[in-house]
Design a protein around this ligand. Structure first.
Ligand code: LLP
Length: 433
């Protein structure tokens, strides 16, 4: 099994933290996201403890809530000592509803409207991560209107290629995010920010990409950022207090992916940062990170019910499930790999080669191709592992499919955190005319 919290019980059913998945599917319906809170807490703990150990008490991980956003998740990560990264007023609203301490919230995004800026300031957001001059102009004006000096970081493109999927690579010069060091624009926006009355520049941010297994690109990014910070210090006499290195550590979706020791990687990055600071005569800044995937991905399993098994001689076998790209668009978008198990026959041999198809009305609606699972039939439960990140948060109502529920489980614990959408929910905003 990919994770220690998965097992097979005497009925031959897959269990998650001791909970029988067939039983869960029966009681809560499918498609269903089952999130293991013990695993979530453990993932948070590793980041929180290691970052404090390496960078001191002020350092903390910020949960990148674009990877999974619902009210309860902000409560859970807050209890674990994390801050949060939000990228939209919707995420901000959800965090507020959860009572998340706003001073630990960082507001990202390459296009924050004036309304968004106003809303975030009124909410007492800790920091804006400013993307561009247009935003800075508005932010300075709106902060003045509220009579405050808003703390900010500037988003910088360090020009690092982390060799990941191009759709999730963000730190290069040719990117819609931030200002590049290489073009001189990073320096220009820094000078501008320092000249403004109503913003307080606290440091710099970069994010190089996602699903990165190697620690080297993070060290390269840190090098590039620290060299930039040293140049800024030399030219403007300004020494940044915060360096936010973004998110991006990879997650093991299938056996062939490496398993990554997050604590060890943070320590390696920390040593690298400290050496570079010494070399550049910089005080070691408070380092922040923004993990999303590596906090939530491996906490969650999606359960589906099989509706049909279609064998096309000479071609392939399709196993159709009661979900698909509407709850998990990642295979359709990125060709992402997943581990699939026939949860109701988890003790049977995995000798059936098939494609797991969704129920949306288009051929690209596949969850995974060419997987070996125990042969299912209509009514069997299929589990897709590692669906905690960028599944629910990217889910849609395509084909008017209601979004699945999210069930929290742990040792001896079970609680519904998000209800399944109803057909009524789907029509809630439609007006009669
Ligand atoms: N910080 C910033 C500024 C980001 O843009 C992201 C992710 C993160 C942190 C968190 O990165 P993580 O630790 O989760 O890798 N939808 C894609 C992933 C998009 C990532 C966007 N930014 C997927 O499903 O793979």
């Amino acid at each position: 099994m990919l994770y220690p919290y998965l097992s097979v019980n005497e009925k031959g059913h897959l269990t998650i933290a001791g909970h029988d998945t067939v039983d869960l599917a029966e009681r809560y319906g499918t498609a269903l996201f089952v999130l293991n809170v013990d695993r979530l807490r453990e993932n948070c703990r590793v980041y929180v403890n290691t970052m404090k150990e390496c960078f001191g008490e002020d350092s903390m991980p910020l949960f990148a809530s674009k990877s999974l956003s619902f009210t309860g998740i902000y409560r859970l990560v807050n209890e674990c000592g994390m801050g949060t990264d939000i990228v939209s007023p919707g995420e901000l609203y959800t965090a507020l509803r959860a009572g998340f301490p706003m001073e630990k919230a960082f507001f990202h995004g390459n296009n924050k409207t004036d309304e968004d800026i106003d809303f975030a300031i009124r909410s007492g957001i800790g920091y804006f991560v400013v993307d561009n001059e247009d935003e800075l102009v508005s932010l300075n004006r709106i902060a003045e209107k509220h009579g405050i000096k808003q703390k900010i970081l500037l988003r910088i493109a360090p020009g690092i290629d982390p060799h990941t999927h191009k759709a999730i690579m963000t730190g290069s010069v040719d990117s819609k995010f931030g200002k590049a060091i290489a073009t001189g624009q990073a320096k220009a926006i820094t000078e501008y920010a320092l000249s403004l009355e109503n913003v307080e520049l606290c440091g710099f941010h970069c994010h190089i990409g996602s699903q990165i297994f190697d620690c080297q690109p993070f060290c390269d990014a840190a090098d590039s950022m620290l060299k930039f910070m040293a140049d800024i210090k030399a030219q403007f006499g300004y020494e940044a207090k915060i360096l936010n290195l973004g998110g991006g550590f990879g997650v093991r979706y299938v056996e062939s992916h490496p398993s990554i020791d997050i604590a060890e990687n943070i320590r390696l990055v920390a040593n690298h940062v400290k050496t570079a600071c010494e070399r550049l005569s910089l005080a070691v800044p408070t380092v922040l990170m923004e993990p999303g995937r590596s906090i939530v991905a491996d906490t969650t399993t999606t359960l589906y019910t099989v509706g049909s098994v279609k064998e096309i001689p000479g071609f392939r076998n399709f196993v159709s499930v009661d979900g698909g790209m509407a709850d998990n668009p990642r295979y359709a978008l990125y060709g992402s790999e997943y581990t699939v198990i026939t949860a109701s026959k988890a003790a049977d041999p995995c000798d059936y080669l098939c494609t797991i198809a969704g129920r949306c009305c288009e051929s690209g609606d596949l969850i995974q191709e060419d997987v070996m699972i125990a042969k299912p039939q209509r009514g069997d439960i299929v589990a897709v592992l590692t669906t905690g990140a960028y599944n629910y948060s990217m889910a849609s109502n395509y084909n008017r499919l209601p979004r699945p529920a999210i069930l929290l489980v742990g040792k001896g614990f079970e609680k519904l955190a998000v209800k399944r959408e109803t057909y009524e929910d789907l029509c809630r905003l439609d007006l009669d005319f």
